[in-house]
Design a protein around this ligand. Structure first.
Ligand code: SF4
Length: 184
């Protein structure tokens, strides 16, 4: 897998201060996409283990709340496959922690953005692969849906168009319901 950019101290792509990994490769080709150079799966350098370390190191400080996976599209089949070993390492370095009530929380949370619908990532969906369930298991907030230029709204937080949803994946795992946050 290649990546187009890594942004540290990013406050635009999820709540809090984050490190954002822009993977390369996207077949959505949304009209009005703000970064069409990332559609090419070979755009930018290879995301190798040296780069993993840079990303993981950037997440260590307490003020960094988590990691954002952006694109391109992290849920293209080959990107799902290639993100799994990195995300396993991420979870090993930053395991879940238990609060005083015995509930588990991510020590560093994960936001992921996809131009596909969440339903496309479920069994039987067009982007469901042998890797999807595991990759989604690492995600706390999933921002889903294509960018639709006609529904563009600059006032929206963490999304470009009205159709996109910020899905609370922990709530989905708890209740099976799709619950959105921040009025999405
Ligand atoms: S999913 Fe994102 S990167 Fe892909 S075309 Fe749409 S806006 Fe661009």
């Amino acid at each position: 897998m290649h990546y187009s950019e890594i942004k540290t101290c990013d406050i635009a792509d999820g709540l809090g201060v984050r490190t954002t990994l822009f993977v390369s490769g996207c077949r959505n080709h949304c009209k009005g996409c703000f970064q069409p150079e990332t559609w090419d799966f070979e755009n930018g350098p290879v995301f190798d283990e040296k780069v993993w370390e840079e990303v993981l190191d950037s997440l260590v400080p307490d003020y960094v709340q988590g990691l954002t996976l952006l694109g391109g599209d992290p849920f293209e089949e080959e990107n799902q496959r290639d993100l799994i070993p990195f995300m396993r390492e991420f979870k090993k370095r930053f395991p879940d922690v238990e609060d005083s009530k015995g509930q588990k929380h991510a020590s560093k949370n994960v936001w992921a953005f996809t131009g596909y619908m969440f339903e496309d990532l479920l069994p039987g969906g067009k982007k469901y692969t042998e890797y999807t369930y595991e990759l989604l298991s690492y995600v706390d907030i999933l921002v889903d849906g294509p960018f639709i230029e006609e529904q563009k709204n600059l006032a929206l937080k963490f999304r470009g168009s009205e159709n996109q949803r910020l899905i609370d994946m922990n709530e989905y795992r708890r209740s099976g319901n799709i619950v959105t946050i921040l009025g999405s």
